[in-house]
Design a protein around this ligand. Structure first.
Ligand code: F6R
Ligand code: MG
Ligand code: MG
Length: 368
């Protein structure tokens, strides 16, 4: 029913890959569906959709419990644990990879899974897009989110739709110092870019319309390496975007992915590669464990019911982007272990550098 408050929770985790880190085994998806169906019968959930992108299992759920509901987070956590058991039985790769803690403590944040949640009053018609990426990190959303909500060359509505003309607020997380700041576009456009142009450190968490505070987008911003203090896999992110009627049109949100920009991730979470928008069936990073991929699932919400999904990148108008992405992938690969294909040392998920430097330390002589 329109006007009803609804929460959209997208929670994801890698609990086992098939084969290697490339894809998803159907039994994990069916296990998750089985458990979420029970939760729906018990009216904890209004509706759900389970899918995958690469080796990540994605739970898309609607309910009326608000964001950070411990019941909904526990459901997601228990579902990932049950799927981990299935993954172990099947001998899948990296079973339980993103399950970083032994016990649930009220909220899945900080335990390993990625979360993007928003609560809003459902409009008369409520189009929502869920973007899911594999082999990259949450900073990958900065460029497309900026384009959708702040760049008039992408989003015509910023200029010609009076209800968007006032601009949008960006909540930006400083992931290294665990602090956040709200910046307004277009007034503080250059400040926004000064930060979010550095996506390994500053990540856009959410976007709200300035005129009335209406939520437009929310991203998962967990950094698994910072949570765990060691390499545990790239935190392949999710993003939810509400569209139309004073928010970016579906086509404006999708247009933001027509440029395959370079993102951190790819092989061993340690390389830059182009983000390639693909159809659901092609969400299986293979070449050099990549290139990094993004899928877009489009839904109409109706009284919390998820009508959909539509596979939005399954469209020939993205063929050119994919071709470009493959050219860029090939060009970057030719650099092999050299930067800027390889990430700078502080951003690498795997590194032998401390060991190599340790081994060589006595052989370094003062430069003459
Ligand atoms: C990157 C990723 C893969 C793995 C790579 C090595 O996020 O998941 O590229 O890093 O396949 O994996 P291990 O060390 O598990 O053999
Ligand atoms: Mg994996
Ligand atoms: Mg993954």
């Amino acid at each position: 029913m329109a006007g009803q408050k609804i929460t959209l929770s997208v929670v994801k985790a890698d609990v086992g890959g098939y084969v290697g880190h490339s894809g998803m085994h159907p039994q994990l998806v069916s296990k998750a569906k089985e458990l979420l169906e029970i939760a729906k019968d018990k009216q904890l959930l209004k509706d759900f959709h389970v899918t995958s992108c690469g080796d990540d299992l994605e739970l898309i759920m609607t309910h009326d419990r608000g964001t950070e509901s411990s019941d909904v987070h526990k459901l997601a956590w228990d579902t990932f644990l049950a799927c981990t058991e299935v993954a172990k039985k099947l001998g899948l790769y990296g079973a339980g990879q993103d399950i970083l803690k032994d016990a649930f403590s009220g909220n899945v944040k900080g335990l390993g899974p990625g979360v993007a949640e928003m609560e809003f009053k459902e409009r008369k018609s409520e189009p929502v897009l869920v973007f899911m990426a594999d082999k990259t990190s949450p900073g990958a959303w900065n460029l497309p989110l900026f384009k959708m909500f702040a760049d008039p060359f992408n989003t015509a509505g910023l200029i010609i739709d009076p209800s968007m003309h006032g601009g949008f607020d960006f909540l930006v997380l400083d992931v290294k110092n665990s602090r956040e700041i709200k910046l307004s576009a277009p007034d503080e456009l250059y400040d926004v870019l000064a930060l979010v142009g550095s996506p390994a450190r500053y990540m856009i968490k959410s976007v709200n319309r300035r005129a009335d505070g209406e939520i437009g987008a929310v991203a998962s911003t967990q950094k698994l390496s910072l949570i765990a203090g060691r390499y545990v896999g790239k935190d392949d992110p999710v993003l939810a975007v509400r569209c139309q009627s004073g928010l970016p049109a579906v086509g404006e949100a999708l247009e933001a992915f027509s440029f395959p920009h370079l993102v951190e991730g790819w092989m061993r979470g340690s390389h830059y590669g182009p983000l390639m928008p693909v159809s659901f069936k092609n969400a299986t990073p293979r070449r050099f464990d990549g290139p990094p991929r993004v899928i877009a699932a489009g839904f109409q919400l109706s009284g919390g019911k998820l009508v959909g999904p539509v596979d939005l990148f399954d469209d020939p108008s993205f063929d050119f982007t994919r071709q470009k992405a493959n050219e860029i992938a090939d060009y970057m690969r030719r650099h092999g272990p050299f930067e800027p294909h390889r990430l700078p040392p502080e951003e690498m998920e795997y590194t032998t550098l401390p060991e190599v430097l340790g081994k060589l330390k006595d052989r370094f002589k003062k430069a003459t």
